[in-house]
Ligand binder design. Structure first.
Ligand code: SF4
Ligand code: SF4
Ligand code: FES
Length: 315
């Protein structure tokens, strides 16, 4: 391969347009090397952000052929082998764009602040005594400390793409989860309440945040841990917790879901009643049978043993 083509989605502050750049291929380079080459030798007006060039600062995340990645650590040759000589570069998804590949972190930072991503020391700690924790306690939050706020998870989050009114960027849950799990922190509910109010039970489990994170952080797992913590702390009067409990109850009882009672257990009688016209339509078309009570599946004892083991499993 002699030439590489970067097809870049650009934005000049008013209008969006596509521009192609060609440059000579060199082996063992990164995506960021190509951007710098364009800026230094072809078009100084191209805007993008990079600082550490070592996968530490999180500034250089961009979308290449539809996937968010760190430009400074992604080998160009691997992408060329996978996609061919033309790579399509775009700014991160689910972010407002300032110019070309530069996205606006201001609104994201404000949303992150709502989850109070800072340590609120427990009462027994003081300036004199310090704020100590054991290696084992640190290991519980080790993964989350690797988050460099690059935004790749937010870019690819399918729930966030449907709107950010009722859902945070995945890294917000990771940061909240870190402080809820931190043995030195004494304000778990303060980190939990904001995320509970905005989407903790609305993640659609697509796992994009896990597979796209360049630092192997797993926001989807942090969301699951936050859900468990919220129930443990008694913050359980919400639709998500009721649904999870109804789901677990049905599975333990018969190994199947009872779709008829699920809505009532999740939303309560009053709210479910508002869906009566919909339920009647389902009834008329034979999609719903209120008199069907699922019998236990074959092997229900095994199912119950799995549920019991899951309940007993330590976090
Ligand atoms: S969780 Fe991973 S992908 Fe998301 S901001 Fe942190 S480092 Fe980036
Ligand atoms: S698993 Fe949840 S948080 Fe992660 S990308 Fe999918 S919807 Fe977003
Ligand atoms: S330039 Fe800092 S992470 Fe890429």
């Amino acid at each position: 391969m002699e030439q590489v083509v970067y097809r870049i989605r650009r934005f000049d502050g008013r209008k969006e347009f596509w521009q192609e750049y060609r440059f000579a291929h060199e082996a063992n380079k990164t995506v960021l090397w190509g951007l710098l080459k364009i800026k230094e030798t072809v078009d100084p007006s191209l805007a993008f952000v990079a600082a550490c060039r070592s996968a530490v600062c999180g500034a250089c995340a961009v979308r290449v052929n539809g996937e968010a990645m760190l430009a400074c650590e992604t080998p160009l040759d691997a992408l060329l082998e996978r996609f061919g000589a033309t790579l399509v570069l775009e700014p991160l998804g689910n972010f407002p764009v300032i110019r070309d590949l530069v996205v606006d972190w201001e609104p994201k930072a404000a949303r992150l602040a709502e989850a109070k991503p800072w340590l609120v020391p427990r009462e027994e700690f003081s300036a004199e005594a310090g704020c100590r924790q054991s290696q084992a306690e640190f290991r519980r939050i080790n993964a989350q400390t690797n988050c460099i706020l690059c935004g790749a998870c937010a870019s690819e989050c399918n729930k966030l793409t449907t709107g950010d009114d009722d859902f945070y960027e995945p890294f917000v849950y990771t940061k909240a989860g870190k402080f809820v799990a931190d043995s030195r922190d004494g304000a778990a509910a303060d980190h939990l309440r904001p995320v509970l109010a905005r989407g903790l039970w609305k993640c659609v489990h697509c796992q994009e945040c896990v597979t796209k994170c360049p630092k192997r952080v797993a926001p989807a797992e942090d969301i699951a841990a936050l859900r468990r913590a919220s129930i443990r702390l008694g913050l359980a009067d919400n639709q998500g917790t009721r649904h999870a409990r109804a789901f677990a109850g049905d599975i333990t009882k018969t190994g199947r879901l009872n779709e008829t009672t699920m809505a009532v257990k999740t939303d309560g009688l009053l709210k479910s009643a508002t869906r009566l016209p919909f339920a009647l339509r389902l009834l008329r078309r034979g999609k719903l049978n209120p008199f069907h009570f699922p019998a236990p599946v074959e092997g229900i004892d095994g199912v119950r043993a799995i549920v019991k083991a899951a309940k007993e499993a330590k976090e």
